[in-house]
Ligand binder design. Structure first.
Ligand code: HEC
Length: 154
């Protein structure tokens, strides 16, 4: 087969696969990420202490996690687990976050924190994301403690 035909086949395959691939990878307003076995394992092995340090280094400049804490550049994160996005009454969210409509769970938080712009395009949170899946899992088991009723570990 000549090169052009091979190139054409590759391009056609990509174009056809495009929308399907995006459906698995899109914004949280239209994509509900699954709790994968990999994430479950990472969460089971995660460290609350390490997560608290990640929070201090990466989140605390903009977020207060204390019960009755105040909004800062970002909303207070007490009780964020389990609630719907953009529900803090005393914080002004972006339109993108208000319209997203998802609920914060292990799976959606992990997805959001891996790539915030992909998860909520137009979000006003100025943090690209955390590349390390282990770091995110540590952070999640810490975030679950900032709750009146911490959600069960998966
Ligand atoms: C530079 C400031 C900044 C940093 C750093 C930051 N955030 Fe945010 N965060 C925001 C802002 C602003 C919003 C509101 C986003 C919007 O309305 O689009 C937000 C929103 C959120 C939300 C949604 C809250 C809700 O009520 O729906 C979560 C969850 C969150 N951040 C977690 C984190 C975590 C965890 C970290 C650390 C890895 C972090 N953020 C780091 C500023 C920040």
């Amino acid at each position: 087969m000549n090169r052009r035909i091979i190139q054409c086949i590759i391009v056609c395959a990509l174009v056809t696969a495009g929308p399907a691939a995006l459906a698995d990878n899109g914004p949280l307003s239209s994509y509900d990420p699954p709790l994968t076995p990999e994430l479950r394992t990472l969460l089971r092995e995660a460290s609350v202490e390490a997560g608290a340090q990640v929070f201090e280094r990466k989140c605390a400049t903009c977020h207060d996690g204390a019960k009755d804490g105040k909004p800062s550049k970002g909303p207070n994160l007490w009780n964020v687990f389990g609630r719907k996005a953009a529900m803090s009454a005393v914080f002004v969210y972006s339109d993108a976050m208000r319209k997203s409509g998802h609920r914060w769970t292990y799976a959606t938080l992990d997805y959001y924190l891996s790539d915030t712009e992909r998860a909520v395009p137009g979000r006003s949170m100025d943090l690209t994301g955390l590349r390390s899946a282990k770091m995110r899992a540590d952070l999640l088991v810490y975030l679950r403690t900032l709750n009146d009723v911490p959600p069960a570990l998966p």
